[in-house]
Design a protein around this ligand. Structure first.
Ligand SMILES: Cc1cc2nc3c(=O)[nH]c(=O)nc-3n(C[C@H](O)[C@H](O)[C@H](O)COP(=O)(O)OP(=O)(O)OC[C@H]3O[C@@H](n4cnc5c(N)ncnc54)[C@H](O)[C@@H]3O)c2cc1C
Ligand code: FES
Ligand code: FES
Length: 492
């Protein structure tokens, strides 16, 4: 029996689809709109920002079925093998009855020009299925990745608040038909490698992690695609050729999380959404940071491994992970090596990843007992914005108030995520006082020469970097009292 298949298979609403003609860089949105003439799913930005293209994707996770909102504009068709794609067209019942979420949007005038509406409905649908009576905060979080240019948010939030009185979420078709969808997806997952096309036009989906290792040995320069929230934009915005492509999002071994007493090991394919609970419960400062990475759709797709491997100087995960002393496991064939995360970033766009190698996992030590850890992201907007400066601090202070160790790392301050070694050196061995902190502040120019760009000027970056250290001191000295308004509540 062949161990390779030359088509991808997935469920599209109620239809089983098998496709042998899939381009390696074909997006789900293009497939829906151009090949299937399903025009309910809109294209707004084509870069994962506006949410007009939101659809749900159901996937197998630990033998169960999980539905998540994703951006069809940057989701590649090849990544959907073995998944259930649910579009806006699936919501209205055959007798014309609107779905409760759609009806609430109509009744509360949640749609003005309507361009963003299908995306809002799909995001609210995903929320309603997992939380039929959400709080305002849950609604805000669910809609972080949906933009309405008519600023119709208030009406949309009111619709979201009311939707629980419109119908019973347990009677929704995705819940009532769950068992049969689950059985179909399990059948589709036949343990075979998928290979479509040849040479430079290949699309490959490994059967498992060992198969990925074999594929990359044969195709060492292939583009690895995990959540495609970076690679998707290389195609839609920069028109880059990415084939041959290897889709790794469906590899179960890369989606594992293991928790030990003093560390957490996260597979490179774990999404922000899946990492949230374990990271935020053990390292509390990471919770608010994760909540501000993209919108919900990006967090459902994007992986921590992709954020690291991409090597951006303004990626949000490397600085806190460097401050925590994280290490990467890289695999090539059957050999593995471990590198300190801070050493992985060599120069702008240059990481310590050899041809044929892939990131397998990231090992994150938990802060030590006497350590204080915090991370802050500074951006122009609170939600869905890319970092101007991000500072992470992991400082241990002994019982007589002396700094015994310091690991401080920044994003947005250099061509790579980088430690503030000169600043750390001033702090270690000194009393944890404002006087020491003021001395350390003077060492920043030895560590960083930030640039001016559209996100911030060099002067602003330097000022913010220094102030974040002062903030860390003040919060740690004042029993952890936060010095920032974290949320603005809407007055009733
Ligand atoms: C709208 C939007 C908002 C965003 N907001 C943020 C934000 O707030 N903060 C932030 O930090 N980032 C943000 N990003 C960037 C992106 O979401 C993250 O960098 C994400 O973590 C990338 O993960 P991915 O799985 O999607 O990677 P992919 O796009 O699939 O891959 C990214 C890179 O990593 C490589 N790669 C992936 N997996 C592996 C592996 N296992 N081994 C080796 N190489 C691998 C790929 O080849 C590619 O070079 C945003 C992106 C978008 C589109
Ligand atoms: S079209 Fe804007 S997020 Fe996809
Ligand atoms: S209703 Fe006009 S952009 Fe949303």
């Amino acid at each position: 029996m062949s161990t390779t298949r030359s088509e991808i298979r997935f469920l599209l609403n109620g239809e089983a689809v098998a496709l042998a003609d899939v381009r390696p860089d074909e997006t789900l949105l293009d497939f829906l709109r151009l090949r299937r003439s399903m025009r309910g799913t809109k294209e707004g930005c084509a870069e994962g920002d506006c949410g007009a293209c939101t659809v749900l994707v159901g996937r197998l996770a630990n033998g169960d079925l999980v539905y998540e909102g994703v951006n069809a504009c940057i989701r590649f068709l090849g990544s959907l093998d073995g998944c259930h794609v649910v579009t806006i067209e699936h919501l209205k019942r055959p007798d014309g009855t609107l779905h409760p979420v759609q009806q609430a949007m109509v009744d509360f005038h949640g749609s003005q020009c309507g361009f963003c509406t299908p995306g809002f409905v799909m995001s609210l649908y995903a929320l309603w299925m997992r939380n039929p009576s959400p709080s305002n905060y849950a609604i805000e979080k669910a809609l972080q990745g949906n933009l309405c240019r008519c600023t119709g948010y208030e009406a949309i939030v009111k619709a979201a608040c009311a939707v629980s009185s419109y119908g019973d979420a347990t009677r929704d078709p995705l819940k009532t038909e769950r068992a049969s969808v689950l059985a179909t997806l399990k059948e589709m997952k036949d343990g075979k490698r998928v290979k479509i096309g040849s040479g430079d036009e290949q699309l490959l989906i490994p059967a498992d992690a060992d198969d990925l290792a074999r594929i990359l040995e044969a195709e060492p320069t292939a583009t690895i695609v995990a959540g495609s929230t970076d690679v998707g934009l290389w195609v839609t915005k920069f028109m880059r050729r990415i084939a041959p492509v290897v889709f790794v999002g469906g590899i179960d071994e890369l989606r594992r999380i293991s928790v030990e007493d003093d560390a957490i090991t996260i597979g490179s394919g774990v999404s922000y959404t899946d990492a949230f609970e374990v990271l935020s419960s053990r390292i509390s400062s990471l919770g608010p940071l994760l909540d501000r990475i993209g919108g919900e759709q990006i967090r459902n797709m994007g992986t921590i491994g992709g954020n690291i491997a991409n090597g951006s100087p303004i990626g949000d995960m490397p600085p806190p992970l460097i401050a925590l002393g994280a290490r990467l496991t890289l695999r090539k064939g059957d050999s593995r090596r471990t590198v300190e995360l801070e050493d992985f970033f060599i120069d702008y766009g240059k990481q310590d990843r050899r041809p044929g190698e892939f990131v397998e996992a990231v090992h994150i030590p938990l802060p030590k007992q006497r350590a204080r850890f915090a991370v802050w992201k500074v951006t122009k907007r609170r939600d869905e914005d890319i970092t101007a400066v991000l500072g992470a601090f992991n400082i241990s202070i002994d019982s007589d108030g002396t700094v015994t160790s310091a690991r401080i790392a920044y994003g947005g301050m250099a061509v790579t995520p980088k430690r503030a070694r000169a600043v750390e050196a001033v702090l270690v061995g000194q009393p944890w006082t404002m006087e020491t902190v003021e001395k350390a502040v003077g060492a920043y120019p030895s560590d960083f020469k930030p640039i001016t760009d559209m996100r911030a000027s060099a002067e602003y970056r330097m000022l913010v970097a220094r102030n974040l250290l002062k903030r860390f001191f003040l919060e740690s000295a004042d029993s952890g009292r936060p010095l920032q308004v974290k949320r603005y509540e809407v007055m009733a």
